[in-house]
Design a protein around this ligand. Structure first.
Ligand code: SF4
Ligand code: SF4
Length: 190
């Protein structure tokens, strides 16, 4: 080695590995390629009789483990008020920087909508950035955000993957049950 340059013999001695490339002439069978083509077709043919690992989604759906982390939900309390107080801890905890929000102050008359004085006027998760790690759920001190076992639907438009409050906050008359995943998750930790 000289002036920071490594020559070939130095590299070989560093890794202690080398492969001698042979330029030997191809045999007749190798030159006509037929054995190689039939070999490839034989491998394809064998797969026809093997158990399929793929599913015809969405007609068929895979059974997910109970702790599967899917689409998020922003929960309401028993009285139907939004739990989220826009503290921002979930956004800070998110390693993918997928969460953005705008906080607002609750005004008189909105006590039935928001549990505390501050709430998220805007709350968005970019599902294309999200890695479904669940850290937002762990960071939340208000039990407001949870990951559910729901699958993220496919879409052709990138904008459709930005989930706002209209799709994140659970409907008052259609609560999203997260108890099974939470219960199973706690059991597996212990
Ligand atoms: S699941 Fe992870 S990546 Fe997705 S929003 Fe929550 S913290 Fe961010
Ligand atoms: S979801 Fe939880 S952590 Fe995130 S802003 Fe709302 S209250 Fe805070």
């Amino acid at each position: 080695m000289r002036d920071g340059l490594i020559n070939l013999s130095d590299m070989q001695s560093l890794s202690n590995r080398k492969k001698v490339v042979s330029n030997k002439k191809m045999t007749f069978l190798e030159r006509i390629y037929l054995p190689a083509i039939f070999g490839g077709m034989w491998i394809t043919f064998k797969h026809l009789f093997r158990k399929n690992n793929t599913l015809k989604y969405p007609e068929e759906q895979r059974v997910l483990v109970p702790i599967y982390r899917g689409l998020h939900v922003l929960k309401r309390d028993e009285q139907g008020r939004e739990n989220c107080t826009a503290c921002g801890l979930c956004a800070v905890a998110c390693p993918a920087e997928a969460i953005t929000m705008v906080a607002a102050e609750r005004v008189k008359g909105e006590e039935n909508l928001y549990r505390e004085e501050k709430y998220a006027e805007m709350y968005e998760i970019d599902m294309l950035r999200c890695i479904f790690c669940g850290l937002c759920e762990e960071a939340c001190p208000k039990e407001a955000i949870f990951l559910t076992d729901r699958l993220l639907p496919a879409n052709f438009e990138r904008d459709e993957f930005i989930y706002g409050k209209d799709r994140l906050v659970e409907p008052v008359d259609h609560r999203i049950d997260i108890s099974k995943r939470q219960h199973t998750g706690k059991r597996s930790e212990s």
